[in-house]
Ligand binder design. Structure first.
Ligand code: URP
Ligand code: ZN
Ligand code: ZN
Length: 465
């Protein structure tokens, strides 16, 4: 292999979505070259990492992030440099971010703008989904070129009328085209038209505190959107992926469709598993920290989401990382919840929370943890083989994971560029000692060893589940 750098991770236990076994991992340059019995001698290595007592996991894949995104009259506070750096600290080695088509413009312009935002900045590999806000003859035709350039999924919004919203006809047309192209439609499934009526009525009644964000977006609005998204996809003969599913009744719609064999998929997010309406109802405007859409739900719904994750009715946990600082951003809505920019930070804390509150708490197995955080998003979004597993020929995106390491989640020690943590003071166990991105150690014991621009754009494959 000439001068290619050789790395050996020895004495660890590999955990994939399907297997758990003791083995050594040999890396040549960026790629996993061999997986051997522990102690087998394949010659010398330039870098040796002793993973005794630790797990070797595929790096996390976060299929739902919003970096440097203009939204709610401001811009999400992490850009591609700070957001991907924070992701790497938390063990995520790939993100799929959302490029946005501006209404009245083509998709290509939106995609070019996102390439510009990311180029030379990312610490880890990244791909894009395309948010389509303006579906017409010309933009439907554009979808082919977008897919050919490696952007093989589109997000459509049933929410945010006048901003990101598409009507049912537009959605249906995009789904038909996605079916023909092998692309996946990701749906923000909430009835935004009815919600806008409730929001207006809430404000008129003087209900301006953050908790009214949830009270004006009832779960039935999400259930109806989810049902409609799946029905439209079924009519179009296309698969559909429901993003950031938060509510029990929305989950019921996914379960019903999947039981009929419909290719409906869904993700939830850590905020829906670990936070609730009670957080949104906190006093003194603290609830603003928890304003995201769909909104946080009553705590009782969390059990249903965990059950969905166990039974594969929910396939993925992504973050919907869309951070806004309290100062200067969330406070825009101090007197009116409708002006609070929607979104929460989470790109760094997803694996910590799911390991501690999922694996250690006995809710999911280690293999299921790998599946919902890495393997399944890789499969759904055309990355599997290179990403999402520990296998010969795969990119060496790997975590050496200490399943017992105790640490405290705090805005002061986390790396996301946001002035609060929704989980401030929460003690968790489980963290990576080493994070490798395509064979390079980018995090070692909490220190960042990489550099801005190490991450590359990923041209993703088409949908093949
Ligand atoms: O509150 C959220 N989720 N903000 C990001 C935009 C979206 O709908 O995903
Ligand atoms: Zn959304
Ligand atoms: Zn989102």
């Amino acid at each position: 292999m000439g001068s290619t750098k050789r790395t050996l991770i020895k004495n660890g236990t590999i955990v994939t979505a399907t297997d758990t076994y003791a083995a050594d991992v040999w890396i040549e340059g960026e790629t996993i070259a061999a997986i051997t019995l522990q102690g087998m001698d394949l010659g010398t290595a330039d870098v040796v990492i002793d993973a005794a007592g630790k797990f070797i996991l595929p790096g996390g894949i976060d299929a739902h992030t919003h970096l440097d995104m203009p939204f709610g009259g401001t811009t999400s506070s992490d850009d591609f440099e700070t957001g991907t750096l924070a992701a790497a600290h938390g063990g995520t080695t790939t993100i799929v971010d959302f490029a946005i088509q501006t209404k009245g413009q083509g998709m290509r312009q939106g995609l070019d703008a996102w390439h510009e935002k990311a180029e030379g900045k990312a610490a880890i590999d990244y791909g894009f989904h395309m948010i389509a806000t303006d579906i017409n003859d010309a933009t439907v035709d554009e979808m082919k070129g977008i897919v050919a350039s490696g952007v093989t999924s589109f997000k459509l919004f049933m929410a945010y009328p006048g901003v990101l919203y598409c009507d049912d006809g537009q959605i249906f047309r995009a789904m038909q085209k996605a079916r023909d192209l092998g692309a996946l439609i990701c749906m923000h499934a909430e009835n935004g038209i009815a919600i806008d009526v409730l929001v207006k009525q809430a404000v008129e009644a003087g209900h301006t505190a953050p908790k009214y964000h949830s009270l004006s977006r009832p779960q039935i609005a999400e259930a109806e959107g989810t049902h409609r998204a799946i029905a439209l996809a079924e009519m179009a003969g296309a698969p559909v992926y429901i993003v950031h599913l938060s509510a029990s009744r929305a989950l019921e719609k996914v379960v019903e469709a999947r039981d009929r064999g419909i290719p409906a998929y869904a993700e939830t997010c850590p905020q829906y598993l670990f936070c609730s309406f009670d957080d949104l109802a906190r006093d003194d405007f603290e609830g603003a920290k928890y304003v995201c859409t769909p909104p946080l739900r009553p705590k009782e719904m969390q059990d249903d989401l965990w059950r969905g994750l166990r039974t594969n009715d929910l396939q993925v946990v992504s973050t919907d990382h869309c951070p806004f600082c309290m100062k200067g951003q969330k406070e825009l809505g101090r007197d009116n919840f409708t002006k609070i920019p929607n979104g929460m930070p989470g790109i760094e804390t997803r694996l910590y929370l799911l390991w501690d509150g999922g694996v250690r708490a006995g809710r999911i197995s280690m293999n299921r943890f790998v599946e919902i955080t890495s393997a399944a998003p890789a499969k759904l979004f055309g990355l599997f083989g290179k990403k999402g597993t520990v296998a010969v020929g795969a990119d060496a995106d790997l975590l050496v994971w200490d399943g017992d390491k105790e640490h405290v989640l705090s805005e002061k020690t986390l790396h996301m560029r946001v002035d609060y943590s929704p989980f401030e003071g929460r003690v968790v166990r489980g963290a990576p000692t080493h994070v490798l991105s395509r064979g390079r150690v980018v995090i070692e014991d909490g220190r960042y060893l990489g550099k801005k621009g190490d991450g590359s754009f990923l041209r993703r494959g088409t949908f093949s589940m």
